[in-house]
Structures are given as structure tokens and as C-alpha cells.
Design a protein around this ligand. Sequence first.
Ligand code: GDP
Ligand code: MN
Length: 374
Amino acid sequence: MRLFEYEAKNIFKENGIPIPRGGVAKSVTEAERIFKDLGPSVIKSQILVGGRGKAGGIQFAENEAQLKAHAKKLLGSQIRGFKVGSLLIEEKLDIERELYLGVTIERSQGKAVVLGSGKGGIDIEELARTHPDQIIQELVDVRRGLRPYEAAEIVRKAGLQGKNLTQGARILGQLYDVFWKYDAEVAEINPLVVTREGSLIAADAKINIDDEALKRHPEIRQDDEFLTDLEQEARAHNLGYVEMDGEIGVIGNGAGLNMTTLDILRYYGGEPANFLEVSGRTYMKAEQAIEIVLKNPKVKVIFGNFFGSISRCDVIAQGLAAAIEKGRVTKPLIVSMRGNGAEEGRRILSSLGIPIYENDRIAGEKAVELAKRG
Ligand code: GDP
Ligand code: MN
């Protein structure tokens, strides 16, 4: 489950990583109040995907009138298909350079991967495609952790020198600590900004936490006020559910796959009603997932797109089958399955009369067709 930027930044702050001054607003009035103490500000839509800058989800305000206009426009709008429920209003940084720092887990080797780049502000996936030579990468044995000299070497290669190098190495060490302490799958600062005054500050924050690990950290995300009722209910079941505005309910295992699913549906002219991630150990919760998705009255069709890995397709299929047999699947369900356990999963579901595909584009197109027929 991904945390909101402001939640991730609170964790950063508690762990010594410098963040801009600011506050969270869910109304224009609150935004104005925060702005008064800040002056020139950046207004940041709080949604659970990146790429907000390019999509118009990040705006700047020099004065109160601009602040008001942007806040009004952004609150309740859709950015990259996600409804903006709150805004993070922060002091505008004077940017000299943008760097990338990240820590992620390499499960197959049981190691952490620490990443750095002098080309921040670009998604790491895009950077890996366009400038693979500009990414510095270091495998770290999680039993011994990231050594200070390793952190220093990474930020040096990312282009920091002198005082900034010392600061950057400390921040990377703190980022690693956050990653470790919160059982994160990803902890990322993109960009880490070098300001014109020469200090380092985390302008953006991303933390993904394993859904299982979330149970061990009750201190995280107790603040539910920005979630919809259904999102709160899903969270109580440890399901990562995000409500959207369309008619096709989406269930999938893995956040990356879910993003692809949304793209497929939109390509064929459909609009997702939600996305729901059943991964980690929550993949056994397909039955509960179906129930949550169908509680949204807008849903006309459910599209399940699964790629079996650790979360096996046959186990997911059993969960779906249980829901079908109990009569809980009251709307058409279309499923695509590949990978681990897919053959068995497809057999289970087709024996129950569920249209099942190997190719998720074809399945997605069918789901859109069905949703349009009502
Ligand atoms: P993302 O697009 O969702 O990753 O959102 P970010 O928080 O990373 O913001 C996108 C881009 O907006 C950054 O890479 C910066 O170039 C710019 N930006 C964000 N905050 C500030 C700020 O305080 N000052 C200035 N000048 N630019 C900012
Ligand atoms: Mn960013």
C-alpha cells in the first residue's frame, strides 16, 4: 500500500530528513490559512500515483488569489484518473538541482537496492529507459545495512560535493533507515532538491509498505479523514482500494499491473470505478475484494487482471470461486490470468462459466463492451 506524499513526509520528518514547511488542506479555506504562513507556495494534489507534475496536479502560487484559484480547481478534480481529496501546500523551493534517491527490495536475493541519480525529477522507470548510465545502484546486505561510506559514494557519483555530499549521504542513510524500520517495499525521494542557498531538502516523498507489514505499524495512516467510506472499509480489511469515478471495478495483484489495467480500459474507452490490489499475502482475499468492489453502486462490470507470481492465480481463482458460489458476484465478472497457477485458475473459473482470457487486452476490451451495454 502506498502512502500519501504528506504521510510519507511526516515519516521523513520524524526520521530527520529535511522537508519543506507546509500543511495539508482539504478545503480552500484551509489552504488559504496554510498559505498565510508560507508566502510563495507549491500546491500539490495528494493522490496515490506519481507523474502529477506533468498531469497538472502540481501548481504554484505567488499570492492569495492564485492560491485560491488553484486550490478551487484542484480539489475534487481528477488527476491521472484519481480524485483529489486533499492538497499539500508547501513553501516554494528555489531549485538549483534535482537528484533522485531510492531504496527498494530485491526479493530474489534478499537484498536491498540503493539507488541514486543526478537526474532527479524524472520517474526512475523512465530514467532507466532513457539514461540507464545515469543511475547509480548498490546492492546492500540487509543484515548489515547501508554503511556511511557507501551512502557517501552513491551521492558523490550522483554529483554532490563538499557540504552537500555530507548532507546527502546523511539523508540517504536516513532514507535507508525509514525503508528498514517501516518494512517498506519502496522508499524514494524524487526529487531531492539542492536549493540555490545550497541546502538539501526532500521535495517529494514516496513510501510503499507491504500490506502485511502495515499491521505491524499501527502508527501509520491512522488518519483516515481523506478516504472515502469504502476506502476506509477496505483498509480495515487490509485491502489497498482506491475509489474512482467510472463503471468498471478493477481487481489485480500488483500495483504496476493495476496501472496497466487502467490504461487498457481507458484505451478501449472505459472508465475504472476503482482499483484494488490483492498482493503480498492479501491475495487470498479475492472474496472480500469482490464484496468491496460491488459495494460501489456505479460498478457495472468487474475486471480481474492477474499475473501469478508469489500470489498464485489458482489461489486467487479459489477466492473468486467462493464468492461466486455464495452468490455474491451480482455483476458480470471478466478475468484474465497469466503466470503462476494460471492454467489451474482458468480451469476453476471457466467451469463456473466465467469468461476467462490469457490476454488482458482482449479481456479489457470485453469488459468495456459489457459496461457500455449497461
Ligand atoms: P510528481 O510529478 O508526482 O513526482 O510530483 P513532484 O513532487 O516530484 O513534483 C514534480 C516537479 O515539480 C518536481 O520535479 C519539481 O521540478 C517541481 N517542484 C515540486 N516542488 C517544487 C518547489 O517547491 N519549487 C519548484 N520550483 N519546483 C517544484
Ligand atoms: Mn516526484
